[in-house]
Design a protein around this ligand. Structure first.
Ligand SMILES: Cc1ncc(COP(=O)(O)O)c(C=O)c1O
Length: 464
């Protein structure tokens, strides 16, 4: 079995059976319901391996992240297949901000995807993994002169966010390929050019000058396929008008924001319907939650965008290439974060006992907590052993009260012990490293790359 076989969902690591048992029993009111993560065959295999996780934990001696680049390849290929099925000339740029691992950039290079970078560090890291300059998209606001210069030197596509940025690029006097990032009508975003600025930018670029106006772009927050399809139509209109002024304008980018389906519909509905303050060790999060159940995720969402009002036909008829910049969706089920239980305490809430763990590492390595939210797919307790379901919340190792990986009480299938591992599944998209800091002089968790080799899993340290 390879790592590329995606499970059809429904959790793993013993969770579905445990969850079913829990549902049958009278559930304690001070505990959240089970939320087993959908996991990949690779994650399943790692959890089921009786030794490997323990061996890696011993070598690393602290928390670590694991990555499955073969799963990134599967996700990239699914986006490319959606373009192919719709008969659209499309190109995938991985939104690099979602994960820094070198093996992810490498998987993009090896599978015909480019990378969307937003800093010189990201640009250099992408080149170092074999992504060609012409396959880079450079986004982000008010890019530094150094980033603009490097991007132009490498013939990257630069998404211009402001008129003064365009001026600075022009002053470099280098040939450059640009998209103009559009501020959507009615949006309060700080990014993009409003209609007056957009018109001025088109006029600024001389049709026979060193800067090539390749087209237009946007990135929307939220996960609405229809909104993206409709704004794409407006961008095609911008291209046609720019062509009339002599510009090639043959590309549009609809940014990222392709959803990920972390939880099944029942678990997510139950969480939302029954959500209660009584589930939490301290105050519940105030920042809302990611839509953890997302019925038309990733490449299927791209297909939905392409079919809406026959966007695919419009792109074909006008010879327009569609770029996408998915970050999170290309990392779906491509990695997990592993912490070691360092301490176990018992507390009571509403007269009922629960455990509070301290794990090594910090919640900076599970970023969702730092957006006044919480990462909902349940961690898997390893190794599997028999025991009684135990409401458990998970604290981390710093001196901050707020440093909790899971503030809600999770129905772990047994009591955790010192030395056990807690595996947070599906964390490659934004959870791992966007907020990590060496607070308390704790080392940053290394990234471990896992690959299938026949009936074995092989591992090595990521290149960074
Ligand atoms: C310009 C741009 N493109 C792509 C992305 C990636 O978004 P996602 O990871 O939701 O696909 C982002 C995220 O902030 C972005 O700002």
């Amino acid at each position: 079995m390879g790592l590329t076989d995606a499970s059809s969902g429904g959790g793993g690591g013993g969770w579905p059976a445990d969850a079913a048992v829990l549902r049958r029993e009278a559930e304690p009111t001070h505990c959240a319901p089970p939320m087993p993560a959908r996991i990949s065959a690779g994650e399943q295999r790692l959890i089921e391996d009786p030794q490997l996780l323990g061996d890696i934990a011993e070598v690393v001696g602290g928390p670590f992240h694991v990555l499955f680049p073969e799963r990134v390849a599967v996700n990239v290929t699914a986006f490319q297949a959606a373009f192919l099925a719709a008969g659209v000339d499309g190109f995938v740029y991985f939104g690099k901000k979602a994960n820094k691992a070198a093996c992810v950039a490498r998987a993009c290079a090896e599978n015909g995807a480019g990378i969307d970078v937003a800093s010189t560090g990201e640009l250099v890291a992408a080149l170092a993994q074999g992504v060609r300059g012409e396959d880079l998209m450079v986004t982000g606001p008010a890019k530094s002169d150094q980033l603009l210069w490097l991007a132009a030197r490498h013939r990257a596509l630069i998404a211009i966010d402001a008129l003064d940025e365009l001026d600075r690029l022009t002053e470099l006097g280098l040939p450059a390929r640009i998209l103009l990032r559009v501020l959507p009508d009615g949006s309060t975003s700080r990014f993009g050019l409003d209609p007056v600025e957009l018109e001025q930018a088109v006029q600024t670029v001389a049709a026979d000058g060193p800067i090539t106006l390749s087209g237009f772009s946007f990135h929307l927050s939220g996960y609405d396929a229809m909104a993206r399809a409709e704004l794409a139509v407006a961008l095609v209109g911008h291209c046609l008008r720019a062509r009339a002024d002599g510009h090639p304008a043959d590309t549009i980018s609809i940014g990222g924001g392709f959803g990920v389906d972390y939880l099944d519909a029942d678990a997510w509905a139950r969480f939302q319907d029954d959500l209660s303050e009584s589930w939490f060790h301290a105050d519940p999060p105030t920042g809302g939650y990611y839509p953890y159940h997302f019925p038309v995720p990733g490449a299927d969402m791209l297909s939905a965008v392409l079919t809406h009002n026959d966007l695919a036909g419009l792109l074909r008829d006008n010879g327009i290439r569609l770029a996408v910049e998915p970050g999170r969706a290309l990392l779906d089920r491509a990695g997990s974060s592993v912490f070691r239980v360092q301490g176990v305490k018992t507390r009571t809430a509403q007269g009922e006992p629960y455990d509070i763990l301290t794990v090594d590492g910090t919640s900076l390595s599970l970023s969702e907590q730092w957006f006044a939210s919480e990462y909902l797919p349940d961690p898997v307790l390893w190794p599997p052993r028999s025991g009684h379901p135990t409401p458990t919340c998970v604290g981390a190792t710093t001196c901050l009260e707020s440093d909790l990986l899971s503030g809600r009480r999770i129905p772990l299938p047994r009591r955790a012990r010192v030395g056990d591992l807690l595996i947070y599944p599906n964390t490659a998209g934004y959870q791992m490293d966007s907020n990590e800091s060496p607070f308390h002089e704790l080392p940053l968790p290394p990234k471990i790359v896992l690959r299938a080799d026949g009936d074995r899993l092989r591992w090595n340290m990521d290149a960074r």
